[in-house]
Design a protein around this ligand. Structure first.
Ligand code: MG
Length: 487
């Protein structure tokens, strides 16, 4: 969708329009800063990243270089592996075998066509990624050894989990569903935590609390599995566990028939409730993160996930197409997620919104409400009530324009060609003029207090964050100080 079309969608939401424009500028800036100083292989990797992932590219590019390269390669490797897993047009046995040995493509000397018929998998940007995978392997080999070990190990574990799932076709129990999500997403959580800890940016504590890292992945994965119901059904993939959908229908496919909508919605709400189980762990994980750009990287996808889940809850659209969050809302959420308090506020808002939509007739209503209230209780102490000033702000701009043009016009009226005077011939200033000047004065004070000061303090905070970031960023070895003894 082009920018104009996106702006039209965001049309009546001024905040989102502003956010979308700021976000576009930020994304362009990130891309430029990053690709300026890189060789062709790395430029390809980041271009491929932008092509295959709209949502992750910007948050990855915002990471500092020490983390950015390993995370980018990690993402591309797993994305190529996922392309193999997902390509149901290829025989299952072939895909399973390739998933199992995919990690060895990273370390074997000749990752060429004879080892892997890479042109056979995927479509569009993913197909190109698979075909040019040797470039990703070259960049992989430039990473520090601990990062290489983490990425290869996680690709091995994920590949073996995927191979098992390709063979078993669908999940029966919720435990199997959790296990599948662990292999394809929980493992990503492990790998990222290891990379953060290995870089020295985050405490080793983060990598040791495996349960929390796993939940981070499970929450994102389950949200995607819920949202992609129709796409997966059409592609011949099933992830929703039989133990859940079996309570509401004879087959998972039957939920897309309009006649089954009532039971389909109950099943959907059950799936959303299951995903909500992971939210407290996710909040606990993010609470431990100290580095601002790492926080953005982990928190933004989580915020997008809760927003998507809230959109999907009790929404028949899931069975008709793909529920997508408006790009302008995405932009607003990305810019709004800067610290833990922002995260608490957003999770609180979405939990309250979903709570308001839980119907008493829903068989899972009690559990859903309990889980949502748990999230609300965690977030509430950190949420500060801030009034929405968008309408007063717009009115103040209109008032400022109107009043200042009135005052300027009156100034012209009182100018006799040589001398300017507010006093009309011999009398005092006219009451309307006095009122207009007083009103303009009040509007100026309002704008100073509610626009300028908050904007200045926000800029100051961003500057502090940037300096903090840069203060930590230099990771080049410090040149040894040479002491010469003279005389
Ligand atoms: Mg997949």
């Amino acid at each position: 969708m082009g920018l104009t079309a996106e702006l039209r969608v965001a049309g009546f939401r001024p905040r989102e329009v502003v956010a979308l424009l700021r976000y576009k500028r930020k994304a362009e800036h990130c891309k430029k800063v990053m690709t300026d100083a890189l060789n062709d292989d790395w430029v390809y990797c980041y271009k491929a990243l932008c092509a295959v992932s709209r949502s992750f590219a910007v948050v990855i590019m915002e990471l500092e270089p020490e983390l950015r390269h390993p995370v980018c390669v990690f993402y591309l490797v797993l994305r190529a592996l996922d392309t193999v897993e997902d390509d149901t047009k290829r025989p299952a046995a072939e895909r399973a075998a390739l998933c199992l040995r995919f990690h060895s493509l990273l370390t074997d000397r000749e990752p060429d066509g004879s080892v892997w018929s890479s042109s056979l998998y995927g479509t569009g940007a993913e197909k190109e990624l698979c075909m040019k995978f040797p470039i990703v392997v070259r960049c992989f080999s430039e990473l520090r050894a601990p990062y290489r070990a983490t990425i290869a190990d996680m690709a091995r574990r994920m590949g073996s989990g995927m191979a098992a799932h390709i063979k078993s076709v669908e999940c029966d129990s919720v435990a199997e569903y959790d296990e599948y999500c662990h292999y394809v997403a929980g493992i990503v959580g492990y790998g990222l935590s290891d990379i953060f800890t290995g870089s020295g940016r985050e405490s080793p504590h983060i990598a040791s609390r495996r349960g929390l890292s796993n939940s981070m992945g499970l929450f994102l994965q389950k949200t995607n599995i819920i949202r992609d119901y129709l796409e997966d059904i059409e592609e011949g993939r099933t992830f929703w566990p039989r133990d859940i959908w079996g309570q509401y229908g004879k087959s998972l496919e039957s939920f897309s028939e309009p006649g089954n909508r009532k039971f389909a919605l109950r099943c959907l709400n059950h799936m959303v409730t299951d995903a909500l189980r992971h939210v407290p762990d996710c909040i606990a994980y993010m609470h431990q993160i100290r580095t601002p750009n790492v926080f953005n990287f982990v928190a933004i996808p989580q915020v997008m996930a809760i927003a998507t889940l809230a959109e999907c809850y009790n929404n028949g659209g899931v069975f008709e197409g793909v529920i997508k969050i408006r790009r302008s809302l995405t932009a607003k959420l990305v810019l709004q997620t800067r610290c833990m308090d922002d995260l608490y506020t957003l999770f609180f808002d979405y939990a309250v919104a979903v709570l308001g939509r839980v119907e008493d007739t829903d068989p899972n209503a009690r559990v859903t409400r309990k889980l949502l209230n748990e999230v609300i209780d965690i977030c509430q102490p950190h949420v500060s009530p801030s009034p929405d000033l968008i309408i007063p702000n717009v009115l103040s701009i209109v008032a400022f324009c109107g009043l200042s043009s009135y005052v300027l016009k009156r100034r012209q009226d009182h100018f006799d060609g040589a001398v300017f005077t507010w006093r009309s011939a011999g009398g005092i200033m006219e009451p309307m003029d006095m009122l207009a000047i007083a009103a303009l004065f009040i509007v100026c004070i309002y704008m100073f207090g509610f626009f300028l000061l908050p904007y200045m303090s926000m800029m100051q905070k961003e500057e502090v964050r940037r300096l903090e970031h840069e203060g930590r960023a230099p990771h080049e070895p410090v040149a040894p100080r040479v002491v010469t003894l003279e005389g």
